[in-house]
Design a protein around this ligand. Structure first.
Ligand code: HAM
Length: 464
């Protein structure tokens, strides 16, 4: 991917995908032999100009989760295929078309996780968390994999921050989960988001709603796309979600799931709405919002971004999934959660001009003679002990070249130790912003660095 084009994923994938399977050595097709390897299509490196923003999102995810009693869980990236086929649902786009599935050397069908909810539910039972305090409040982050068409905001490896609260059917937990997502987005500094809220009922009331949807779409089916013709039988809720112009006109008057909710679902939804209103969390009631995964019951929500393109405008989403544990063969256990797409949030922040700055480099230490290397290393170590980030450049390039490097790396101060300084026990320290330098005794160096840092902006650097 060319540097500077963080979204340059689209152009790479076609030629590699057309390459014949035979003769492929380590992922290179024959006509590429000798060409240096590149990332797999739809996957990208996160380079140092972006990673400070990623680091910030991760830190905020940790803070907002821990603040509400959520504990971190890390599940494997590779899981038995069956977990997602049963959990996410056979009739979903994810399971039908988007999974990275292969047979391992033990002849097991395994899949790179396309999402983490099914894994977290598995871990909750397998790890005995179902025996602990309920609900179990869990959070996670990490890469997910979907073989979708790569484009801006849509990748084949992408990153999610998510939480799952497992073991309670209280609607207040739905409110809590939505509030965590809203708080994370706000603390990350994303503007222009809209919360979309719906309830899609449960096993009691959904069958009648499905039939009402079929009755509505049946007369139009001939004009609708092939995917929708299939979904009509397998997954009629998804008919509300198709983005094709052949299908969208028929969605306008479709029946609303809210009108079909049974009494318990209606009451649950009323508490969720009242809770959000009471906390001042604005939302759009969106009767067309159905999620792309099969496990949802009752509450479904997404956070949309007003400026991101069409299908990529969902910064994250989630909902209640009271039937998932049972579908996977565990004891019936109600749960609710969300996953936010970090790639899209980073993209939104970049477009807002709100990407995080690189970490602040306080001091760049340059020994100008070889005898000064060890004293310089000691000095660098002492400065780091003060909590500053310090680079030691004991290379043999000219002083000028190394000064230029310090400038490029954004160092606030440069410390120079040469022959004279070794003899005198004093060092030269240069204030890069003020472009002035002075000699100080080694024992006064920390104080001088402190003064320079205080006087130069910005006060806070980013994080990696
Ligand atoms: P999801 O809606 O499939 O839900 O994904 C959540 C978010 O992940 C999306 O809103 C989007 O921001 C991001 N995302 C999904 N696919 C891609 C992609 N190809 N490239 C970039 N970002 C992407 C789930 O995954 C559920 N597990 C959420 C959940 C948790 N529900 C209950 N608990």
């Amino acid at each position: 991917m060319p540097r500077g084009n963080i979204l340059g994923v689209g152009s790479q994938h076609t030629c590699e995908e057309r390459a014949p399977a035979s003769g492929i050595i380590l992922g290179m097709s024959p006509n590429q032999t000798g060409v240096p390897p590149r990332t797999v299509p739809g996957m990208r490196d996160l380079l140092p100009d972006e990673t400070p923003t990623w680091g910030r999102l991760e830190r905020i995810a940790r803070v907002v989760s821990i603040q509400r009693g959520y504990a971190r869980v890390v599940t494997p990236i590779l899981e038995p295929t069956e977990l997602f086929a049963r959990g996410v649902g056979e009739a979903t786009d994810i399971v039908e078309k988007e999974m990275y599935t292969f047979t391992d050397k033990g002849d097991r069908s395994v899949t790179l996780r396309p999402e983490a909810t099914a894994s977290v539910v598995r871990a909750y039972f397998q790890g005995g968390l179902n025996q602990g305090p309920q609900p179990a409040r869990l959070w996670y982050e990490g890469p997910m994999f979907r073989y979708d068409r790569p484009q801006a905001g849509r990748y084949r490896q992408f990153f999610q921050y998510g939480i799952e609260a497992i073991g309670s059917d209280s609607p207040w937990l739905d409110v809590e989960v939505i509030e965590v997502a809203a708080d994370w987005l706000a603390k990350c500094g994303v503007t222009g988001t809209r919360l979309q809220l719906n309830s899609i009922g449960d096993g009691n009331c959904r069958p009648a709603y499905r039939e009402a949807l079929r009755d509505h779409f049946r007369p139009h089916l001939a004009e609708m796309c092939d995917d929708d013709k299939r979904r009509f039988d397998t997954n009629p809720l998804r008919l509300l979600d198709c983005k094709k112009t052949s299908c969208t006109p028929f969605q306008v008057d479709a029946p609303s799931p809210i009108d079909y909710l049974c009494e318990p679902c209606r009451e649950h939804h009323a508490v969720v709405e009242a809770g959000l209103k009471g906390l001042g969390i604005e939302y759009d009631a969106n009767p067309r919002l159905v999620r792309g995964l099969d496990y949802y019951t009752r509450t479904a929500f997404e956070f949309w971004h007003v400026d991101l393109e069409g299908a990529q405008n969902a910064l994250g989403g989630g909902g209640r999934y009271d039937g998932l544990a049972e579908t996977l063969g565990f004891a019936a256990t109600p749960a609710v959660g969300f996953a936010m797409g970090a790639d899209r949030v980073v993209l939104a922040l970049q477009r807002q001009g709100a990407a995080a700055p690189p970490p602040r480099l306080a001091v760049y230490v340059i020994p100008t003679v070889s005898d000064a290397a060890l004293p310089a290393a000691r000095l660098a170590r002492d400065l780091r002990a003060e909590g500053w980030s310090v680079v030691l450049d004991a290379g043999d390039r000219s002083l000028k070249a190394r000064m230029r490097q310090a400038q490029k790396m954004g160092a606030d101060a440069v410390v120079i130790i040469g022959e004279e300084e070794l003899k005198s026990g004093r060092v030269v320290i240069r204030d890069m912003a003020a472009a002035g330098q002075r000699e100080v005794a080694s024992e006064d160096l920390a104080r001088e660095v402190d003064r320079i840092l205080d006087s130069s902006a910005p006060a806070e650097g980013g994080e990696a």
